[in-house]
Design a protein around this ligand. Structure first.
Ligand code: DQQ
Length: 478
């Protein structure tokens, strides 16, 4: 067995958010101090403090040399950047990158399991932390699994979900079998260092709509079911299965889309001290790679979402209630006020850094429309529409930005309102980030980049007006 080694990974300076005059840089969504961010990793609450690690290239606003960035929070909302946790080590199993993984409490020792990348090899590696989780020591016996199961033509062997069961550690690893479909390998271990292959936890088939390779599996119990989150290649979105787990095999029963906004990927969940299942996801950019490189940063984290089991094996999503601590000035308008004040709804609340809840009463007919980040002449705006006939929620970014560096999208999500149910859109606008929770069962996260300084208004269309609650939202940086 290997010994633990010190890497002297002091990494980046601890600090707070850089003050870069960039109108697209969010104020209350987490992002790296500089450079690139992708998947959330190693989410854990340790002695009360929340730890968020993430895939990070500190050198540029593009994907590249992948380190593990690190931040801490006392309340799940306000964050402090900490020194980089993992740096690729030359001539080691992670010399080409420290890819995605998780954190566990191994009987009091903070422990990371991540994918070490060397050439074509992607293999699980361990790092052990000091008590403050700021200094990490890579395990000298890495990789802890020397090769994927033999005799299979696999596509990838990466990303980890680890849990305790019957006194052992179990680990799910994302993969795919060439020309067959996505697959999750299941391993078990007594000590996180010696692993035995069990069998596939779950697998898909080419043509079943679940892609060819399953990235970032996250497997956990939710109420009386189990949930498997997957980010399949080439879907560019995250799906969930809820189903039954028995004899170390998972049988999916219900499938769904975690987020319909075209920019949400590779989420990870953890359970906090209150027993809540909390998810963060990577929300990628919607502008060209050249624009991202010029900005010097790319990629943000979604807001923390609480997952609960919905009806029929679906998942319900609510923004963590702690986010309400960011609320500032508040305005409430009822339906008649919304109709009358159509052009002055926001008052002094900034239209690029706000939260709004729009609620339409049950019995809605026809189509309703809400324009955000809208110029007075409507030349720039993002449209959210709900059509009661098709029961489709749409986010239309065709006119979101006049810039040619922006890739506009139109995103659709099915949302069937139940008898007696109104439409409730809970919306977070944070400079270039738009996060929408519709009736707590449909999420759409996307990015927008208005160019005009007066792209700050909101407007409503359609026969029915909603009631509105609006808040100015503060910054998350300590
Ligand atoms: N991102 C990581 C991989 C993972 C992918 C590399 C998903 O471990 O499969 O940065 O976005």
């Amino acid at each position: 067995m290997g010994q633990e080694i010190h890497d002297g990974m002091d990494g980046a300076e601890k600090g707070s958010e850089a003050t870069i005059p960039d109108p697209y840089r969010p104020a209350y969504h987490f992002l790296a101090p500089t450079g690139w961010l992708n998947d959330p990793n190693g989410l854990i609450q340790w002695n009360g403090t929340f730890h968020l690690f993430y895939q990070h290239n500190p050198y540029a606003g593009v994907w590249g040399s992948i380190h593990w960035g690190h931040a801490t929070s006392p309340d799940l909302v306000h964050w402090t950047h900490e020194p980089i946790a993992l740096v690729p080590s030359p001539n080691s199993p992670d010399e080409d990158g420290c890819w995605s993984g998780i954190a566990v409490n191994d009987n009091g020792t903070p422990t990371l399991m991540y994918t070490g990348v060397r050439g074509d090899d992607q293999l699980p590696c361990l790092a052990l932390g000091d008590d403050d989780l700021l200094t990490w020591h890579k395990y000298a016996g890495n990789p802890v699994i020397p090769a994927p199961p033999a005799g299979l033509e696999i596509e990838g062997f990466r990303d980890h979900s680890v849990w305790r069961e019957d006194g052992l550690w179990y680990m799910a690893i994302g993969s795919g079998i060439r020309d067959v479909g996505g697959l999750i390998f299941l391993y078990r271990s007594a000590d996180l260092r010696n692993w035995e292959y069990v069998h596939p936890l779950c697998s898909g088939e080419i043509g079943d709509g679940t892609g060819t390779m399953w990235e970032c599996p996250d497997f956990f119990a939710l109420d009386d079911r189990h949930v498997l989150l997957l980010s399949p290649i080439p879907l560019r979105k995250t799906i969930f299965f809820t189903g039954n787990y028995a004899d170390q095999r998972f049988t999916p029963e219900v499938e769904g889309t975690v987020d319909w906004g075209g920019h949400f990927y590779a989420p990870q969940t953890f359970q906090d001290d209150q027993g809540r299942r909390i998810m963060f996801g990577w929300v990628w950019e919607g502008r060209t790679v050249e624009a991202q490189a010029a900005a010097g940063w790319a990629g943000i984290m979604s807001l923390p979402r609480i997952l609960t089991l919905g009806s029929g094996g679906t998942i319900r999503y609510t923004p963590a209630s702690e986010l309400q601590s960011l609320r500032g000035e508040h305005r409430h308008l009822d339906e008649s006020e919304v109709r009358e004040q159509a052009d002055e709804l926001l008052g002094t609340i900034p239209g690029d850094q706000m939260e709004l809840i729009a609620e339409w009463n049950p019995g809605l007919v026809g189509e309703v429309e809400l324009l955000l980040r809208c110029t007075p002449d409507r030349a720039e705006h993002t449209a959210i529409r709900y059509d009661t006939a098709t029961q489709i929620l749409t986010v239309d970014q065709t006119l979101s930005s006049l810039s040619e560096e922006v890739v506009p999208g139109v995103y659709h999500a099915p949302l069937a309102l139940l008898p007696g149910e109104g439409l409730r859109l809970h919306i977070f606008i944070d400079h270039s980030v738009l996060e929408i929770y519709a009736n707590e069962r449909v999420c759409l996260s996307t990015r927008f980049y208005p160019t005009r300084s007066d792209s700050l208004g909101i407007k409503f269309g359609g026969d029915d007006a909603p009631s509105l609650d609006l808040w100015a939202i503060g910054s998350i940086w300590q």
